[in-house]
Design a protein around this ligand. Structure first.
Ligand code: SAM
Length: 291
């Protein structure tokens, strides 16, 4: 089992120099900026998952790799279900808890490893693991753990991201260096096959491509993020350094996402035996909704 990382302290903006900011890793910058980490496709995906699963206030949901809590928080807002959300990063969990507290939402956030979930067998109706399992070293152990804590008849929702077009070697190297993770380069078939061979019933698959986003829109989102009041304490030169390094990262990630898509997979732990279905169908693709 990988031990959860030790508690790290949040950086104090007022004491940061421009040079310190320029040498911070992307992960440290995210903690400083408190950027919201979102499920692929954002809030629309969460709404679709909640309605697809017919979640109710009595549903017991586990979220794996919840980061700063946006998925758990949006689910709680939508249906008020019972949510236990874990991440291996204690700084992300502290921020998730702070955000839930601001809205007075009772969500049980905890620092834990996906491969060692501190809950009894068959505790959950639904497990949501958006773009996290592919990043875990021992995927088989993590999935065995999901299976252990999932009730019979329950559903795992996964959202693997993959390339629709090949990235350049330089782009991959830059993204890996930025996130400090040896990100896998997978295409749709390979990314989904991992889940299909696990032995769950494939209940549904919804495919998405990430939207095109203009450079101007990226810059405007960065400006909005950096206008957060907790960054007012930055010295002007440090604020300028933060704007430059953060905008560079956002443009890099958008260049990468422009080549990518993801699928939302619904995998059911089927608890009955039935003859195989032939009367199946797939949804007809439609254009994105974003302007
Ligand atoms: C790419 S982010 C995805 C966050 C969010 N689930 C989403 O869909 O956007 C991956 C998250 O998984 C967490 N993570 C990585 N390995 C983990 C593990 N073994 N157990 C629990 N969380 C883990 C990371 O700390 C990070 O917050």
């Amino acid at each position: 089992m990988r031990e959860p990382r030790q508690k790290q302290s949040m950086p104090d903006p007022s004491s940061l120099t421009p040079d310190q900011i320029r040498t911070m890793s992307y992960n440290e910058l995210v903690a400083l900026v408190r950027e919201t980490n979102r499920f692929p496709g954002g809030r629309r995906s969460i709404h679709r998952i909640a309605s697809r699963l017919m979640l109710t206030s009595s549903s017991r949901v586990l979220e794996i790799g919840c980061a700063t809590g946006s998925t758990a928080i949006e689910l709680k807002r939508l249906v008020g279900c019972d949510i236990y959300a874990v991440d291996i990063n204690p700084v992300a969990i502290a921020e998730a808890q702070r955000r839930a507290d601001v809205e007075n939402l009772a969500i049980d956030f905890a620092t834990a490893d996906a491969a060692d979930i501190p809950k009894p067998d068959q505790s959950f109706d639904i497990i949501i693991c958006g773009n996290v399992t592919a990043l875990i070293d021992d995927k088989a152990k993590a999935v065995a753990e999901y299976d252990r804590v999932l009730k019979s008849g329950g559903v795992i929702v996964a959202a693997p991201m993959y390339y629709l077009e090949p990235p350049s070697t330089q782009l991959i190297a830059d993204v890996r260096a930025a996130v400090q993770v040896d990100l896998p380069i997978a295409y749709r078939e390979e990314a989904l096959d991992f889940y299909f061979q696990l032995g769950f019933e494939t209940y549904d698959v919804i495919d998405y491509a990430f939207d095109e986003v203009s450079q101007e829109h990226v810059d405007s989102v960065v400006s909005g993020l950096l206008a957060s009041p907790h960054l007012d304490a930055l010295q002007p030169a440090s604020a300028e350094a933060l704007r430059n390094v953060y905008a560079n990262y956002m443009h890099l990630f958008r260049r990468n996402l422009a080549l990518m898509g993801f699928s939302i997979l619904f995998l059911r732990k089927t608890h009955f035996v039935e003859d195989e279905e032939l009367f199946t169908a797939h949804e007809v693709a439609k254009a994105g909704l974003n302007p």
